[in-house]
Design a binder for this molecule. Sequence first.
Ligand code: SF4
Length: 660
Amino acid sequence: MRYAETGFNLEVDLTRGNIERVATDPRDTELYLGGLGTNAKMLWDRVPPEVEPFSPENLLIFSSGLLCGTPATGCNRTIVSTISPQTQLMAFSMMGGFWAPELKYAGYDKVIFRGKSPDLVYLWINNDKVELRDASHLRGKGSGETAELIRKELKEPKAQIASIGLAGESRVFFASIEQGRSSASRGGIGAVMGDKGLKAIAVRGTKDINVARPAEFMELCKEVLSYIKFRNENPVEGVMAILTGLGSPQEMAVHDEKWHTENFMWGNSRIRRKDFWNQEIAAKWMETLETMRTRLISCYNCPMKCGATISPPGLPTYMMKCFSKLTYTMAAMSDLDFGLRIAQNATEYGVDGFSAPQVMAFALELLEAGILTENDMPGLPPDNEGRFHWLLDRIVRREGIGDVLANGTYWAAKQIGNGAEAFAHNTIKKHEQLPLKLSMLNPIYFLMYSTGEKINITQIEGQFPQAPFATRAEREAFVKDWFQVPDDKFKQYFLDWEPRGEKSMPFYPTVQMCCDIVDWQERMHYIDDALGMCAGLSSFPLKPPYHIHNYPKFISAGAGFAMDEAKLTQATQRYRTLVRAINIRRGMRRKDDKPPENHWKKRFPELEKELLDTYYRFKGWNNDGIPTKESLHDLGLDYVADDFIKRRILKDGDDGPANG
Ligand code: SF4
């Protein structure tokens, strides 16, 4: 008997239209857990580095996390993994909502797509009955519209549907996969779905999931729920409003946007509007949100309400996750009314809410700089908001200049040339980042931005406060009930962290402390992504209900195999290293591990070098960021070392790069 997981995957060959139900190896679950972990193993085994993102041999994997479908609160993530057209590296994007638990209840842990369908199709998973169906009538339809049409067609209002919009069909490099309440957006995974000729996956499941030790498991769930209640009644003091509670950033609930609008850069991340937020703006934005936000909504089995239904007058209602509330607004230097309207359009088209606005602002900057001209944009409206809509329409159709911009700022700048590259300044590993430009180097964030392969910083950070608190008394109060720390040394790190003076950034936390902190933060995110847990209840907020001390108990009682903190840490290191190995095999090296040049004004090259050198050693990577033979051996990844040696990525006998 398999517990927590079903023990079966669906393998779908889109070229031949073949569907198989395949039993999985339980040993893989113990070694790589599930979700991201087993996705990484599959991509390593089956997608060699010669495979291009738009090759039929690229896999597109939709995976539930190991604990999805169990009563574990907030465990609902679908982890979608493939090779990204934008970064050319492994993309793993997560979506919340309801899809992953429904897949489990239908009897499957993952759906793995290979090949390409000659015609546009969608997959209908109805418990044991699984079929590919014609989707030609859905061509060009919006993501939400597609979901509604499929539900009607199947006469199954309870089907959960992940779909792409026009952007995915057009293979826009930042196309998302939308799923009503949620979306998997980063890395252009929607483009891979479109390239495979797959418009949607509908799923309906009515089976049960077994839990190994139900009474113990339910007790753990109860503890989590009562802690959530406690935290809701006792928000963390001393941090910005958005970080005081639990869940995804509470963008749908909050009205005070002073911090984001004045600290994040606007336009193509160059202009900070320090005096933007005033009473008049606050009142106007509050009125817009109150008028358009019709309901706050949750994901499967979660008491939080991080999303909302938005009904802009004259436009269809849509569901908004969190941060796209601000990204369009800020890129266009416009107001919330515009932001909520264009986001409706963008959600239906299916584009990433971080990348899309930056790409459009980038195009308009190039126009202002004379690098692009009116001839490149015939018919461009004169007003800023009109221009954003005009650009979005062309990007998702890959029409004219939209065809170039659809590749994201990094690739578009290369194609446009003539100095355009200087305007594509906000990417890491060829991918648009948060529009942040700050002053003093933050050594913790330096390491996270540089080495994070998850690309999105909000999916890397968490657990440790982003900045020191002003007084020691405040810090003492903070650490008092901080039981989530894996080791008490983290409390001391924080206690001694001063806003100014000797123990302040960039030289404090020390290099070694930064390594510990980054490793802890990363570990928690990677655990979430294997279990299917929402980062909003675990790795993202301060003092979350899920942590390194109760996770092993959840896994043991849920999946039924022995787990403790050390074993969980090692399993996480194993598949985290495997993600890196996939990317190393695809050419990623130390040169790629860096934040945008102008992310901080005050840079410290020697310190940054020491941070990277030390962190690489700490992680068991050589000086070029390649996992060493010894560390691979310790993690049971000898097969990776053998492959590296065969490909001359590592030399046999030592850990230097074969050619460097
Ligand atoms: S915390 Fe928010 S984003 Fe996370 S599962 Fe709950 S409702 Fe969804």
